[in-house]
Every structure is written in structure tokens, then in C-alpha cells.
Design a protein around this ligand. Structure first.
Ligand code: BEZ
Length: 205
């Protein structure tokens, strides 16, 4: 696979680099997710405590991502054999089935294309990078967490919901917004008549 390494980190608005890969659910291509939202996340290593907790939390929230038409896709530089063994071990340990595919990336081709490999790191582990990719294959949100801090799955799902709600540009979502909460109207011109012109909170239609 010949993946282009971007000259700068991927940003919101960039096309997600296309790839094909082996996963715990068979071969996949990024194209397969067109028409759906995709949460694409990397983790430093299989069989590690924080990563295991994240996988269990993601598995437990999988039906809520499904209801939001958002697929889940994991990645690390570990081999497919390691991923399969780890997923089985999670099932044996916690009774949790991992319902999403996990990409193997031992060549780091995908991790490098997505900026999931920290150039400053002393080893080749992927960082905890997360990309929310829209149904057209455009990156709409991204974050990076260090290896010692697990991500909050609730916030991942909330971000997907907020991106979906604001996609048509008609409203904005305030801090900590959740579906059903009030939304904000886009900024308007200063006005003495409407003192709330810079913060127009309205019930969601
Ligand atoms: C963890 O997920 O717990 C972990 C990952 C990489 C290094 C150390 C810990």
C-alpha cells in the first residue's frame, strides 16, 4: 500500500486519506464507510490497561454509535494476530464482545498518513488519536490524547451528535450540548434591540 504522508498534520476540512487494510473483521477500505459517519481511533498497544478500558467502553456504547449512523474503527501498529488474541482476551476477562473492526498497521503506513504516530516518541506506538469523518470522507473533528489518559467515550458520541446537528449550518451547539438541549443561533450583528445578539439560545426545533 502506497499511502501519501501529508506535509502537515491533518486538519478539520481535510479529506481523510484513503486506505485498505486487514482488520479483525476481514479486509476493509475507507471507501466502504462512505455514506456513514466514522469514528476512527488509534491506540498505543494491545494488551495494555488504558486501551483495554477504552475498548470495553466503546463496545458498551456501540449501539448508540450505530443509532447515530456512525461506524467505529480502531487501529494500532500491532499485528492482526495480536488484535485477535486481545479481543478474545477481553471477552474472556470482561465478557465484552468487541463489535467493531480493528486495523493492523505494522508498517505504520496508515498511522503515519493520519499523524497517529508521534515522531518524537521513543517507540513506534500510535498515540490516542481520534478522527470523526463525515459521510463524504471529510475530517470534521480530531483529538490527540497521551498514552496515560483514556478518552471519554461519552464525549466522542456527544461530538458526533453535535457535528450531525450543526452540519446544515442553521444552528451551533453550546458547551456540553446534548441532543434535545437548546441550540445557539449563528452570530448576528450587534443590536440594542436584542441584547442577546451574541448568545441567542433557542429551543431546538
Ligand atoms: C495503556 O493503554 O494502558 C498503555 C499504553 C501504552 C503504554 C502504557 C500503557
Amino acid at each position: 500500500m502506497d499511502l501519501h504522508i501529508p506535509p502537515r498534520p491533518l486538519r478539520i476540512g481535510d479529506q481523510a486519506p484513503p486506505f485498505s487494510a486487514r482488520t479483525t473483521h476481514g479486509d476493509i477500505t475507507l471507501d466502504q464507510f462512505r455514506g456513514r459517519w466514522l469514528l476512527f481511533f488509534s491506540h498505543p498497544a494491545d494488551f495494555t490497561p488504558v486501551c483495554t478500558s477504552e475498548f470495553i467502553a466503546l463496545a458498551e456504547a456501540a449501539s448508540m454509535f450505530e443509532a447515530a449512523n456512525c461506524a467505529l474503527l480502531g487501529l494500532s501498529v500491532d499485528s492482526l494476530y495480536s488484535h485477535v488474541a486481545w479481543v478474545r482476551a477481553i471477552k474472556a476477562l470482561a465478557g465484552v464482545e468487541i463489535p467493531f473492526p480493528v486495523v493492523e498497521d505494522p508498517s505504520m503506513a496508515i498511522g503515519r498518513a493520519y499523524g497517529m504516530i508521534d515522531d518524537e516518541a521513543t517507540d513506534s506506538s500510535a498515540v490516542r488519536a481520534t478522527y470523526v469523518i463525515d459521510p463524504e470522507g471529510i475530517i470534521q473533528a480530531t483529538n490527540w490524547y497521551p498514552m496515560q489518559v483514556g478518552r471519554c467515550v461519552d464525549e466522542m458520541l456527544r461530538t458526533v451528535h453535535a457535528l450531525q446537528r450543526t452540519m446544515d449550518g442553521s444552528v451551533l451547539t453550546p458547551a456540553c450540548w446534548r441532543p434535545g438541549d437548546d441550540v445557539l443561533l449563528p452570530p448576528s450583528l450587534p443590536s440594542d434591540d436584542s441584547p442577546d445578539w451574541f448568545h441567542r439560545l433557542r429551543p431546538d426545533a
